[in-house]
Ligand binder design. Structure first.
Ligand SMILES: Cc1cc2nc3c(=O)[nH]c(=O)nc-3n(C[C@H](O)[C@H](O)[C@H](O)COP(=O)(O)OP(=O)(O)OC[C@H]3O[C@@H](n4cnc5c(N)ncnc54)[C@H](O)[C@@H]3O)c2cc1C
Length: 460
């Protein structure tokens, strides 16, 4: 039998991997292609490259346990995949679908070339509960509002059961591979990732899931508390496909039903919603879904933007979030919303700038989730929070980090500030000298944001 190539992308796992399963009927070649040649189109950010390095290493180890290895190739996938098929005499190439517009274009082009060359192609759903085109309104249109999308998903019938890893994999003999270290995916000077407390890879994704399931019942109340570890922290594992949403769905459903379980499944629903939005609106990372916002009078201030990225805005909960992001490559969801809101609203800076920063610094950076959530906070997206609903970061901090434990963890300058003033240290009897005063007066920033929004309404 001729070999088959399983082209792995955002599905860096052996279990519940339909593309790998199909290819493993043949002498198998598992390949990952690093394409940093093709110009344009959201190149992987620094934190993503860090994760990718470790995840590929873990996948290679797992394949070695089965007697194989992961083949690494670098270059434009449009050339690399057909060339590898040619070189190895493969008769089949399989992959699990990606939904980013450039991935859809790329895969369509590669499929054409392979088919022309007489190589069969099979693609699968390995990353979503349901394909983006499977959940539609009565009129067959994509949803733009979450609740009806979620209701339709819930009524769709149960999610397909996940598969085990292939029992037997027989690997094609020697295929040349790059060396992972030569890809230079890790930061060196400076090594900004030394505080990352993650272990990428399929095994650890499952460990994280099972550790979280013990706390599932409390998720509904705990998920908004950045001072507690109440969320699953599965997002980077999910983005890289070290675990599939089907595996998570069924593991959760197998537990007793609880409000916590239902709320958590709904968050997986938000992931599906965001990814289907990107699929149906490929310009989601650049164009506001609400076109009126094209004319929004954004402020330009590199100084304010820089202070925001560095966690030096003088607003404690925002600075804690931005420093958590820099130190760990991840930020709690509630704090992402608060930090994004301050940037867009009180500081009046375009959501594109925040989106790009998150793209570079998040280990879970995901084009659909990132763009849809930035548009949501900006009030210009699908099912968005209205623009005029502006978070007050002091009240948010007091509500969700009441003793200031989260702030103190990431902003040590505030360690000695009494609880009462931890979210507004400028009112404390002795504000710490080494912490900046707020870069914006929150009340004035709010009025400026509302004025800008009014001007938009007048124009339209
Ligand atoms: C401005 C902004 C940017 C964001 N950018 C990203 C991003 O690039 N990548 C990303 O994965 N998430 C993004 N999110 C969504 C959310 O913050 C993260 O998914 C969540 O914090 C991940 O932590 P967790 O795995 O512990 O989540 P949990 O609370 O345990 O949720 C479980 C899973 O549900 C999904 N999920 C949860 N909340 C959301 C949401 N609001 N939108 C979509 N999916 C969700 C994630 O896959 C998550 O892993 C963003 C949110 C905001 C406000």
């Amino acid at each position: 039998m001729k070999p088959a190539i399983a082209w792995l992308r955002q599905d860096l796992r052996l279990s519940d991997n339909p593309a790998l399963r199909a290819a493993s009927e043949h002498p198998l070649i598992c390949v990952y292609v690093l394409d940093d040649e093709t110009p344009g189109d959201w190149k992987m950010g620094g934190a993503s490259r860090w994760w990718l390095h470790h995840s590929l290493a873990a996948l290679d180890r797992a394949l070695k346990d089965h007697g194989g290895r992961l083949v690494l190739r670098r270059g434009a996938a449009e050339k690399t995949i057909p060339a590898l098929a040619d070189e190895t005499g493969a008769e089949l190439v399989t992959w699990n679908r990606c939904y980013e517009p450039f991935a859809v274009r790329r895969d369509t082009a590669i499929k054409k070339v392979l088919t022309f060359n007489g190589v069969a192609v099979e693609s699968f759903n390995g990353s979503l509960l349901h394909e983006p085109w499977e959940i539609a309104t009565g009129a067959g249109k994509p949803f733009r509002v979450f609740t009806p999308f979620w209701n339709a998903l819930r009524h769709k019938g149960d999610v397909a059961k996940p598969h085990q890893a292939p029992h037997r994999m027989e690997f094609r003999g020697h295929v040349a591979s790059d060396t992972l270290a030569d890809w230079d995916l890790l930061p060196r000077k400076p090594d900004w990732a030394k505080g990352f407390d993650w272990t990428p890879g399929e095994k650890h994704a499952h460990d994280a899931l099972y550790a979280f399931l013990d706390h599932l019942a409390a998720y509904r109340h705990e998920r908004d508390r950045p001072d507690h570890d109440g969320t699953s922290r599965l997002s980077p594992h999910l983005h890289w496909g070290e675990i599939s949403p089907r595996q998570i769905w069924h593991a959760v459903r197998a537990r007793a039903h609880s409000d916590g379980a239902e709320t958590f499944l709904k968050e997986l629903g938000w992931r599906e919603f965001c990814i289907q939005l990107l699929y149906h609106h490929p310009r989601l990372p650049t164009d506001p879904l609400d076109e009126r916002f094209e004319a929004f009078p954004w402020r330009r201030s590199e100084k304010d933007f820089r202070a925001w990225t560095r966690g030096q805005t003088g607003i404690p909960i925002v600075d804690a979030g931005m420093r958590q992001l820099w130190q760990t490559g991840w930020m709690h969801n509630r704090v992402r919303m608060i930090a994004a809101s301050l940037l867009i609203k009180q500081l009046g800076i375009h959501w594109h700038k925040g989106q790009e920063w998150f793209w570079d610094t998040l280990v879970d950076a995901d084009l659909g989730n990132n763009a849809a959530n930035w548009q949501w906070v900006a009030g210009c997206g699908a099912d968005a929070a209205p623009f005029f609903r502006i978070f007050n970061p002091v009240l948010q901090g007091e509500k969700f980090d009441p003793r200031g434990a989260y702030v103190r963890r990431y902003v040590p300058e505030l360690a000695e500030v009494p609880d009462r003033f931890i979210h507004r240290p400028w009112d404390a009897p002795c504000p710490p000298a080494d912490y900046p005063a707020p870069i914006v007066d929150l009340a004035k920033g709010r009025v400026r944001a509302l004025d800008a929004f009014q001007s938009l309404k007048r124009q339209s």
